[in-house]
Design a protein around this ligand. Structure first.
Ligand code: SF4
Ligand code: SF4
Length: 182
């Protein structure tokens, strides 16, 4: 049959030498390569004991923010839900009652606030849409779960610790906030 190209090469089939038949040089060469890797810097880490720092643009789990007096910032305006391309956010608004000024910053607040992390694509649009500095994406990864319900994060799961009662936990949670678009 006529060849389509002239790139064909005739393979030489010369008999193996004694050293090639012993396979020793090839074995030692292979072991040399293996040992040389022992002294090189490991590309892997022992996760989860060791963790790599995330890039500053990383967007992870959300938090609902409080102000310095510990009051919830969210006013249940719904702009984050409207901006969310995955329709992952739902909420129920309630009116602040007299005597609740120390709990909620605005006259209206989110009585219920949920994010479905199975829908969320961590785009950060909710953070950008919020006019009250109330929602942020942190540098924390959403933990694995066996059930779908475990990925529905309620307001209690999302609220940042109160700085007036637990300053350390509040600062720690604040420290996990990413770039902060605002
Ligand atoms: S990060 Fe994006 S997908 Fe996730 S809740 Fe916010 S807007 Fe929706
Ligand atoms: S998180 Fe922000 S945008 Fe979303 S409802 Fe609350 S105040 Fe509005």
């Amino acid at each position: 049959m006529q060849a389509l190209t002239n790139r064909k090469k005739q393979v030489e089939r010369k008999p193996m030498t004694l050293m090639e038949k012993l396979y020793l040089p090839s074995i030692f060469k292979g072991m040399g390569i293996t040992f040389s890797h022992l002294f090189k810097k490991k590309p892997t880490i022992s996760y989860p004991e060791q963790q790599r720092p995330f890039p500053s643009v990383f967007r992870g789990l959300h938090i609902l923010n409080r102000d310095e007096e510990g009051r919830e910032r969210c006013t249940a305006c719904g702009l984050c839900a409207v901006a969310c391309p995955a329709e992952a956010i739902t909420m129920e608004a309630a009116e602040r009652q007299p005597g609740e000024e120390h709990l909620f910053r605005e006259e209206k607040y989110a009585a219920k606030y949920e994010i479905n992390m199975l829908r969320c694509i961590f785009c950060g649009l909710c953070e950008e849409a919020c006019p009250k500095d109330a929602i942020y994406l942190t540098q924390t990864v959403a933990p694995a779960n066996y059930g779908r319900k475990g990925f529905i994060y309620k307001k209690e799961d999302l609220l940042i610790p109160d700085p007036t009662t637990d300053r350390e936990a509040y600062e720690k949670a604040k420290g996990t906030i990413g770039t902060g678009v605002k």
